[in-house]
Design a binder for this molecule. Structure first.
Ligand SMILES: [Zn+2]
Ligand SMILES: [Zn+2]
Length: 255
């Protein structure tokens, strides 16, 4: 499995960190996990073809995680010389079908539904089985529908937390995972309910005995220079998990 971070930022626009988006290559499958604004451009920069996507998974419905979906569907329909024929699976938490209808139906006039391929909409509760791998979900403490995902092939696994707060169920879900990509919105001094701090990220990594911990969903404070804030963040996380690293846009990690 290969993970490419396409957006290590948040809803706040930053030149160096895109809105949340991650690309996973599992065997021949091309999967996007969340797609905030600008994901198509980030994919293009990374040399990843949106035309080849098989599946898009959504952790929750906040705009910074889902907003690029209509733009992706639009591009799949209107790229000159390209006719998509393979199905596209969209996977989300409970309520996703209704959310998708609400999000895409009003665009009907400007964005005709695909007529050369099918969009398959699925909701995940605990596990979704595919031929080559499994996707597991765990409810997170962030909003009504928010979930974390675990992608599992044989002995290897990657967990993408989405937005989340500290929770024993999440620690259990991450247990011994090869790679944990974790919401690390702030340092502990600036804790916001519904998001993790660097200190909590380190504790989760330690308690869950994960092999690799990457911090993402990085917010900043207006009065602290971003490079310095990242130093504070990393130092705080490393008190409990020495090898924690900061996610960067276009970082590629294999497990
Ligand atoms: Zn978010
Ligand atoms: Zn959110």
């Amino acid at each position: 499995m290969n993970l490419t971070i396409l957006g290590s930022g948040t809803c706040v626009p930053l030149l160096e960190r895109g809105a949340p988006a991650n690309f996973l290559q599992i065997g021949a499958q091309n999967i996007l996990v969340d797609c905030g604004a600008g994901t198509l451009k980030q994919m293009t920069k990374a040399g990843i073809r949106y035309q080849d996507l098989d599946m898009i998974c959504f952790t929750h419905f906040h705009p910074d995680h889902i907003d690029e979906l209509p733009a992706i569907l639009h591009a799949l329909n209107w790229t000159p010389g390209f006719k998509r024929t393979k199905n596209l699976t969209l996977l989300g938490p409970k309520g996703f079908k209704t959310h998708f209808e609400k999000m895409v139906a009003p665009l009907g006039g400007v964005m005709p539904r695909p007529d050369t391929y099918q969009i398959i909409i699925k909701e995940i509760s605990t596990v979704f089985h595919l031929a080559e791998f499994e996707i597991h979900a765990c409810k997170t403490k962030h909003c009504l529908e928010s979930i974390a995902y675990k992608f599992k092939t044989g002995e290897k696994s990657i967990v993408i937390s989405g937005d989340c707060d500290y929770d024993d169920a999440l620690i259990k879900f991450c247990n011994h995972t090869d790679l944990l990509l974790l919401d690390c919105s702030f340092i502990h001094e600036h804790k916001m309910i519904g998001h993790l701090t660097a200190k909590e990220c380190g504790i989760i990594g330690l308690k869950a005995k994960v092999k690799k911990l990457i911090l993402t969903h990085l917010y900043y404070e207006p009065h602290i220079e971003s490079g310095l804030y990242d130093q504070y963040r990393l130092r705080e996380a490393r008190k409990n998990f020495e090898t924690a690293i900061l996610g960067e846009d276009f970082m590629v990690v294999g497990v």
